[in-house]
Design a protein around this ligand. Structure first.
Ligand code: PEP
Length: 253
């Protein structure tokens, strides 16, 4: 049975003090909800990773993730953070290819393939994001674009490597806009992604991959989205910044 995950992407928000409060509250509030095959991941800014991995601790199904990592091992890359640095502070997973990284930092499929490789080499689970901008959805090119994003970044992986990552489908037009994909739109695209994985690998492999939906997930719409057969949880931005809202979303899984 594939894993169900609710991940909160804090983006570039919170001071250290606020981050400690939010993580402590979330840990207390979701502890009873994360059982069976459910996991909760807090994707926090780099400076807070070491402290929050300690605060969350081990032996729980809650973990802390980074929001990006370098494609390089180490060296003269001022301002960058490597995969081995992340694992050295206890981080287990990393978001790669978020649309904000694609849009503002020019990250493309070729670069993301390298980032996926180095993350996996160091034992990190990539949470690979894909999704189309509004104009592509409006011109009906969304399925082709998302399939291409998946191919470019993931299709060089072996089946065993593919099974060690999580995919997040995040239509760009729904991120931070308050516009959510309908449950049908989310299900349709998740099914397209899974079918595409099955065509390259096998149905059995594709059936094991957790595919999250992201884009204005809230306590009000989470239940309907998570009820879709190919939606295995959510990557939550804005609503992950308030412990109560995030907890309600976790309860919907
Ligand atoms: C995100 O940042 O991945 C995201 C989905 O944000 P929001 O939930 O705010 O749309």
């Amino acid at each position: 049975m594939r894993k169900k995950i609710v991940a909160g992407n804090w983006k570039m928000n919170k001071t250290l003090e606020e981050a400690n409060i939010l993580a402590t509250e979330v840990k207390g509030m979701v502890a009873d909800e994360v059982k069976g095959n459910v996991e909760v991941i807090l994707c926090v800014p780099f400076p807070y990773l070491a402290q929050l991995t300690k605060l969350i601790g081990t032996g729980t199904r809650i973990s802390v993730a980074a929001q990006n990592c370098s494609q390089h091992e180490s060296g003269a890359y001022t301002g960058e953070v490597s995969a081995s640095m992340l694992t050295s502070v206890g981080v287990k997973s990393v978001i790669l290819g978020h649309s904000e990284r694609r849009q503002y930092f020019g990250e493309d499929g070729q670069l993301l393939a390298k980032k996926i490789d180095i993350a996996q080499k160091h034992g990190l689970t990539p949470i690979f994001c894909c999704g189309e901008p509004l104009e592509v959805r409006e011109s009906n090119g969304h399925e082709d674009l998302v399939k291409r994003q998946v191919e470019e970044a993931l299709f060089h992986l072996s089946a065993a490597q593919l099974q060690k990552l999580v995919i997040a489908y995040e239509p760009v037009w729904a991120i931070g806009t308050g516009k959510t994909a309908s449950a049908q739109q989310a299900q349709d695209m998740h099914a397209v992604i899974r079918k595409h994985l099955a065509s390259k690998y096998s149905q059995a492999v594709a059936d094991e991959i957790t595919i999250l939906y992201g884009g204005s997930v809230t306590a009000a719409n989470a239940k309907e989205l998570f009820a879709c057969p190919d939606v295995d949880g959510g990557l939550v931005g804005g609503a992950s910044l308030k412990s109560r809202d995030f907890t309600e979303i976790v309860k919907s899984i």
